[in-house]
Design a protein around this ligand. Structure first.
Ligand code: G4P
Length: 280
């Protein structure tokens, strides 16, 4: 499978981030807890040099709990402050405030020594499209300050959301594009739905998911689609099409429709809490 994705937007988004990052003390980076590495853009390390760093493992509700704990430890070992959050229902969001303060402790101390008291910490949210930045900002700020949606740049102008006397948040998130040099990164982003399905062969994607599930979560396919002893991935997909009555006119199995069912079930968490990549 080969992926190519919006290379034109990349430079513009990066430039916007370079401008904004000068103004801030701490970068709050959202990643998808199901694919913490593939949803993390490596450029941010260069852009955020000398800034305090917080990583939020978002969509925690959809990810495998133990794996998320392992990822938390992985990033902490690299010097990040880490929190697990579900921006959609607000779980874990409140705790982010303390983590941000903790991440900025040295900066606050330094300011104090220089006689700068009461200067709020300035934070910026960054992440790849669809990772949940707008949802998080809404939840964190406690009111509808940022519009949610898939379009980059829904909010206009540079505005600071005053969270409290200690922290201000730039209301425009920094949008980073994922890196596509590695095809497995593209595949994982496609599986969680961060790449538009129209540009992909949906049944190839479903076959990849079936192979992964057989390897890592063997019970899932049996429980949800009663695949029994079927092993060959294409045969599994045909079975799903059959049990879900996915048929074209002429009674032929509709594998695209079955693929969409399988992928939707995975993306919405109906297959259970599943993480696609392991912390080394
Ligand atoms: P972005 O600004 O980074 O592009 O992402 P945005 O907040 O628009 O969120 C993208 C999608 O991810 C939204 O779903 C949003 O509801 C969902 N989302 C964000 N955080 C979480 C989370 O912690 N858990 C889960 N399960 N979902 C999350 P959508 O389908 O595009 O919109 P909607 O139908 O939920 O409104």
């Amino acid at each position: 499978m080969h992926f190519q994705w919006y290379p034109g937007h990349m430079t513009k988004a990066k430039r916007m981030m370079q401008e904004n990052i000068k103004l801030i003390d701490v970068v709050i980076e959202l990643v998808d807890a199901r694919i913490p590495l593939s949803s993390k853009n490596p450029d941010i390390d260069e852009l955020a040099q000398n800034k305090s760093r917080v990583i939020l493992l978002n969509k925690n509700d959809l990810a495998h709990k133990e794996r998320t704990e392992e990822w938390k430890a992985y990033f902490e070992a690299k010097g990040y402050f880490v929190a697990m959050v579900n921006s959609k229902n607000g779980n874990g969001v409140k705790a982010v405030q303390n983590i941000v303060m903790e991440a900025c402790k040295e900066k606050i101390e330094r300011n104090k020594k220089r006689g700068i008291i009461n200067r709020p910490i300035r934070a910026m949210i960054v992440g790849i499209p669809n990772v949940g930045k707008s949802t998080f900002i809404n939840s964190f700020a406690g009111k509808a300050c940022a519009k949610t949606g898939n379009k980059p740049g829904v909010t206009k102008g540079k505005q600071w959301i005053k969270l409290n006397k200690n922290v201000e948040l730039l209301d425009t998130p920094g949008i980073l594009w994922p890196k596509f040099e590695d095809q497995t990164v593209g595949l994982r982003l496609a599986l969680i739905g961060s790449i538009k399905d129209e540009i992909l062969n949906i049944s190839d994607l479903a076959i990849e998911l079936i192979k992964f599930l057989q390897e890592e979560y063997p019970q899932v396919l049996a429980d949800r689609y009663q695949v029994g002893e079927i092993e060959e991935p294409l045969a599994v997909l045909e079975h799903i099409a059959d049990v879900r009555s996915c048929r074209k006119t002429g009674n032929e199995l509709d594998l695209d429709k079955a693929s969409n069912i399988l992928l939707d079930d995975f993306r919405s968490g109906k297959l259970g809490k599943i993480t696609l990549e392991k912390a080394e």
